[in-house]
Ligand binder design. Sequence first.
Ligand code: NAI
Length: 353
Amino acid sequence: MSTALETLAAGEFEQLQLLRRGPGPLTAVMVVHDTRCGPGFGGIRCRRYADPAAAVRDALALAQAMTLKCAITGLPAGGAKTVILDRDGLDRAAAFRLVGDHVEAMAGRYYTGPDLGTTDADLLLVAERTAFVARPDAAGPGDLADSTAVGVFAALRATAGAIGRDIDGLRVAVQGLGAVGMRLARRLHAAGARLSVADVVAGRAAAAADELAAEVLPIAAILGADCDVLAPCAGGGVLDREAATALRARAVCGAANNVFADAATGRLLHARGIPVAPDFVANAGALLHGATFHLTGRALPSAQIAERLHELTTEILQASRRDDQPPGEVALARARARLAATPPSPWFARRRS
Ligand code: NAI
């Protein structure tokens, strides 16, 4: 994996801001990756990082994933992202308000919303400072984590189809039962799937056992669970060479952004005959709904999100088989082709870095 410095030197983004509240540790990193197709969309991630370089690397990779999501789904929008560096003593409310101030200052070049580690209460703090945020209340687009879960469920149905299965009776292992993972698990259970689950917060796994008759697995066992489909719904980079070699699932489809530690892992799973729904396709539901709401003022019905992402995942997995190319690379080529063919938006013409 390239270092943050190499990525910065390659200049594969439009704008990067380091946000700080006076002297002291870095508070947040904000990236606008690519506005060729339209203004940048990307949520706020709040988590602990080993060091500031890791936070910059994560923000760049996540913003790039947003660009790919917009490109492949045909939205008139581009990629952006913010990460907040969680730490002991962080003034959380002040950090989210600071992000809100900077989003506001970008005057529509960047729309933000939820991501891992960010709650509805946090988003309301951002909304105190800017209108360019997916409000979690009645004035906003609604429950975006649910839109993501709707999309992942549809992509998972398409992925199950690629191994000749339906959701009914399918054995699915879900890693992470947060905003998206739990909503996905409920949908899978309702459709007849049998669940194995794990979460570092023990109470979340126990709740899924009670409510959904899920089998609770140790954290270290979930990626190698004996199942039909693995659904990673926690952090990124969880599938590395070791995990891919040990994988017992017949297919992979989840919500986690940038699920592969590197591109070689995607090729390894393809060589093993394990179809993997590209993460930036499967988890595009919130983006489809949120961007449509902000850009047109209309809500996007869940059925349309499901139909679009089922169709797209099916097409990509079929092309992967036909051309003997990993699904992630098929999706990447399609996204890049759209970026190359799109006339630059006014935001792109005014870009800075
Ligand atoms: P969240 O923070 O609500 O949930 C993550 C869950 O994973 C938590 O319950 C956490 O305890 C658990 N977890 C963390 N490390 C774990 C591990 N090693 N093993 C098992 N469980 C672990 O986050 P959210 O919003 O549900 O996002 C999940 C993933 O989906 C992230 O990668 C995020 O970037 C991605 N995503 C989320 C979207 C959304 O609408 N919230 C949209 C698109 C992607």
